[in-house]
Ligand binder design. Structure first.
Ligand code: KG4
Ligand code: ZN
Length: 334
């Protein structure tokens, strides 16, 4: 079964064709990062206008790259939310128009849940063998931990009580003048740093509490930077990034210990979202966690449409929501 996926929730316009929720026939992403870099972060109005320019050519090209036409597509899946409302409206309105004109079913997809499916793409084993699993989405907007018993069953176990992990990387990079997006820049500098030079506060330190927090760590970094910035050496900048990165990621690794005590039946762990691209994170998980951890290919960590088509496939197979009355303002669970 072939699903056309469309994504426009933030600053990437993306389209993909995926077969049976697993085999990526094409996946195209038009990133707006260069446009938003001028402003140090995503400007919602500009994002929506850029999506308007890109969405039609990118969908057409995704079909061409997959060697199919719209006639071969079984259903269209589109990001319904969460995301920037102006940006979402472009994708949702476009997908609705395409679905009506072509007579194809339209499946609304939750963007955060879809990130988890980024980790399934290209896996050699059947997803069924991974369940029950703990699935973590660590992105610029979310730090969510789910318990999953099937590809479409997401039980939210924990979330951040304030900032998201990726958002914290972005803010720390911004105050240090490292540019946007911050995560890759912090990771690059941290690779040459010694994390023990700057002790960091430990957030949500109670072992039994399943929640994440990043605003305290961010405030600590802001204050530290104010004190140090005038006389900091290149090496100490790297040390600071390494210390921050270590605590930001270690918090997530620690909480997996708590979650595994709560759900000992867990067979595997999936990590998804932009922060899953971080190599130190992958290394920490491999070292500290007693279950096999799956990370997506780098191209499926950050926003893409293949993950939307993948979850759309499983939802469509269950006949969940196609062509019901919904829009980008409808409430969704995440
Ligand atoms: O999943 P994503 O592309 O978009 C959202 O849905 O938010 O995630 C983007 C986030 C940004 O905050 C970015 O700084 C972070 O992922 N990120 C990283 C790395 N690559 C991207 N954070 C840490 N280390 C990285 N290598
Ligand atoms: Zn995302």
């Amino acid at each position: 079964m072939l699903i056309l996926g469309i994504e426009s929730s933030c600053d990437e316009t993306a389209a993909a064709v995926v077969e049976d929720g697993r085999v990526v026939k094409s996946s195209l992403i038009a990133s707006q990062i260069q446009t938003h870099q001028l402003f140090g972060g995503v400007v919602p109005e500009i994002a929506a206008r850029e999506h308007l320019k890109k969405i039609d050519p990118i969908v057409r090209q995704a079909l061409v790259d997959a060697g199919v036409t719209l006639r071969d597509i079984d259903a269209i899946a589109v990001t319904q939310g969460p995301g920037l409302i102006g940006a979402l409206l472009v994708g949702v309105s476009y997908a609705k128009g395409l679905a009506i004109a072509s007579g194809k079913p339209l499946v609304p997809v939750n963007h955060v849940h879809a990130h988890v499916h980024g980790a399934f793409l290209g896996l050699k084993i059947e997803p069924q063998e991974l369940f029950p699993c703990l699935a973590m989405v660590v992105s610029g907007g979310h730090t969510n931990l789910y318990f999953m018993t099937s590809p479409t069953h997401f039980e939210l176990l924990a979330t951040s009580i304030d900032d998201a992990c990726g958002e914290c990387f972005d803010k720390v990079a911004k105050i240090m003048g490292l540019g946007y997006p911050g995560g890759p820049a912090v990771e690059r500098l941290a690779a040459n740093g010694d994390p023990s030079v700057y002790p960091m506060p430990r957030m949500v330190s109670q072992k039994s509490r399943l929640a994440y927090s990043y605003s305290g760590l961010k405030t600590h970094m802001v204050n530290l930077w104010q004190r140090e910035k005038e006389h900091i050496s290149e090496q100490n900048r790297a040390d600071l990034c390494a210390a921050f990165q270590e605590e930001a990621l270690h918090q997530i690794v620690r909480k997996f210990g708590t979650a595994l005590e709560l759900r000992p039946e867990t067979k595997s762990i999936l990590i998804a979202g932009g922060v899953a691209a971080n190599k130190r994170f992958r290394q920490m998980m491999q070292e500290k966690i007693s279950r096999p951890a799956c990370f997506p290919e780098l191209r499926f960590c950050s926003d893409n449409a293949a993950m939307i088509a993948a979850l759309g496939y499983f939802e469509f197979k269950q006949n969940k929501h196609p062509n019901q009355v919904w829009d980008a303002f409808s409430r969704y669970q995440y």
